[in-house]
Design a protein around this ligand. Structure first.
Ligand SMILES: NC(=O)c1ccc[n+]([C@@H]2O[C@H](COP(=O)([O-])OP(=O)(O)OC[C@H]3O[C@@H](n4cnc5c(N)ncnc54)[C@H](OP(=O)(O)O)[C@@H]3O)[C@@H](O)[C@H]2O)c1
Length: 233
């Protein structure tokens, strides 16, 4: 395993939910973390190993500013976790209004794509760069009417594959983390399953940390994580 001490990771969507749990887990294991937040992040306090920086996924300038500030502060970048994402408002097959689809694509696909593009030179430089894209089981199968969300998560899985293809000779490894229902704000409205049966975001953080520390010759392309039985998933 790689030594987490001193490694530098950027995490988007760091204020709450899965991103927040990943930030906390990485800090516990010794990483230096640059947390991308839109506004305040209650309970996250800057320290010598934690910087907070504004990140708005729909803005290219914001992505550039955050990557530049991270490298300026810590001197390098070893890992990028794309956890920021949205699933609402839903984008359905026969919706004439494409606003929801466009926003989903902007936040869930173009946001990660831009951060990866900006981070790649730094990730290559270290020889053990890591990208974790928080996709979804909705990036592996279509199971509800929010097809815009599924389209965006399938695209994020494809993006992960391209990072692996381009990054491989330079030691960059990427993983698509694909959970089903996770007990975060995003699933507050879900009634199909009691919350206590949903996946705990802290358990996903353990998986994210693990793939970020596995050596270059033990790379995990996708992690499919379910809280209930679905055929093949
Ligand atoms: N929860 C699930 O069941 C589930 C399942 C599979 C995959 N996922 C994926 O996991 C990731 C994290 O979701 P979560 O469950 O932790 O949801 P969450 O609790 O709703 O958190 C979403 C995070 O994304 C950030 N975000 C949203 N729009 C943004 C934007 N335009 N720019 C920058 N940040 C933005 C939010 O920031 P603010 O705090 O500023 O709003 C928040 O930190 C998402 O990509 C989601 O699609 C979730």
């Amino acid at each position: 395993m790689l030594d987490p001490k001193g490694r530098v990771a950027m995490v988007s969507g760091a204020a709450r939910g899965i991103g927040r749990c990943i930030v906390e887990r990485l800090l516990e294991s010794g990483f230096r973390v640059s947390a991308g937040v839109r506004a305040s992040a209650q309970g996250l306090v800057e320290s010598d190993r934690l910087m907070l920086h504004r990140y708005e996924a729909e803005s290219l300038d914001s992505a550039r500013g955050w990557v530049d500030a991270t490298v300026a502060r810590f001197g390098k970048l070893d890992a990028l976790v794309n956890a920021a994402g949205i699933s609402a408002p839903r984008a359905k097959l026969e919706d004439e209004d494409e606003t929801a689809l466009d926003r989903m694509f902007a936040v869930n696909v173009k946001g990660p794509l831009r951060l990866i593009r900006l981070a790649m030179p730094h990730l290559r430089a270290g020889g053990t760069g890591r990208v974790v894209n928080v996709a979804s089981l909705s990036g592996k199968r279509v199971a509800n009417e929010n097809v815009g969300y599924a389209i965006s998560k399938f695209a994020l899985v494809a993006l992960t594959a391209e990072v692996r293809r381009q990054g491989w000779p330079h030691g960059v490894r990427a993983t698509a983390l694909c959970p089903g229902f996770v007990a975060t704000d995003m699933t507050m409205h879900v009634t199909a399953l009691p919350r206590e049966q949903m996946t705990d975001a802290a358990d996903l953080a353990v998986l994210a940390e693990t793939v970020m520390l596995l050596p270059n010759n033990a790379s995990v392309a996708e992690l499919l994580v379910n809280c209930r039985h679905e055929a093949m998933l």
